[in-house]
Design a protein around this ligand. Structure first.
Ligand SMILES: Cc1cc2nc3c(=O)[nH]c(=O)nc-3n(C[C@H](O)[C@H](O)[C@H](O)COP(=O)(O)O)c2cc1C
Length: 217
């Protein structure tokens, strides 16, 4: 079935995007306003965009027209934030911080979350998160009047010690992080425990005829 995006409403376009582009990782962002007021909220329009420089991107909207979400406003004002990743054990607390609270409410306090002081930036990280990234704002790409893509440079990453397999080689036990991703609708998530492995094929090993023969058995 064809859905022509020119002929449907913004809400309908959003529904098609978020119910098909899945699973999406979740950035649980801690930021602060110019007065130091803390804020936390989850965002699943999120991914790593570049390794060098190390860049993450987060799409952040508005609560209503001309009222940007606190996270986007804070990051524009203070240019610093922390991206925490969400594990299964942190899911319920993350969901509390997504409540559309009024500006000025500290969601970390509402969800009774402990924080740890950051090394390079003012906002703290969330203690229960197995991975936290201290970020400096590179740029906000304005996507429309009420949406912006926040591009952040990762200055440092904190990884929970029991998932670091080899600190010298930077090997991480990824399945042990038990991260969750966002699926369709407003309430569906996915665990990262159903893994499949597929080796990359080196160019030198690629021979189409042989490959076809062998895959037919
Ligand atoms: C799992 C999850 C993912 C979300 N992803 C986004 C997103 O990518 N962009 C967005 O604008 N809002 C997203 N939201 C909604 C915000 O978290 C919510 O509007 C929050 O109240 C914003 O808080 P703030 O005003 O303190 O920044 C998401 C909510 C949940 C539960």
């Amino acid at each position: 079935m064809l859905f022509d995006f020119a002929a449907i409403s913004p809400r309908e376009r959003y529904k098609l995007l978020v119910s098909t582009i899945t699973p999406r990782p979740i950035a649980w962002v801690v930021s602060q306003d110019l007065n130091g007021q803390l804020n936390a909220a989850p965002f699943s329009f999120f991914n790593a965009l570049s390794g060098d420089p190390p860049v993450v991107g987060i799409g952040i909207g508005s609560h209503e027209p001309a009222r940007p979400k606190d996270t986007r406003r804070n990051i524009r004002e203070t240019r610093e934030f922390v991206v925490n990743l969400v594990s299964e054990e942190a899911a319920a607390a993350m969901n509390i911080t997504a409540i559309e609270f009024e500006t000025g409410i500290d969601e970390l306090a509402e969800a009774q979350l402990k924080t740890v002081t950051s090394v390079y930036v003012k906002p703290p990280r969330i203690a229960i998160s197995p991975v936290s990234m201290e970020c400096a704002l590179m740029q906000i790409v304005e996507l429309g009047p009420d949406n912006g893509l926040v591009l952040g440079r990762v200055l440092a990453m904190h990884v929970r010690e029991d998932v670091v397999l080899d600190p010298a080689k930077h090997y991480i036990d990824t399945p042990r992080l038990k991260l969750i991703g966002r699926m369709h609708g407003s309430g569906w998530y996915v665990r990262t425990s159903d893994l499949v492995e597929m080796e990359r094929i080196p160019r030198a090993n690629w021979n189409l005829r042989e490959h076809k023969t062998s895959s037919r058995g």
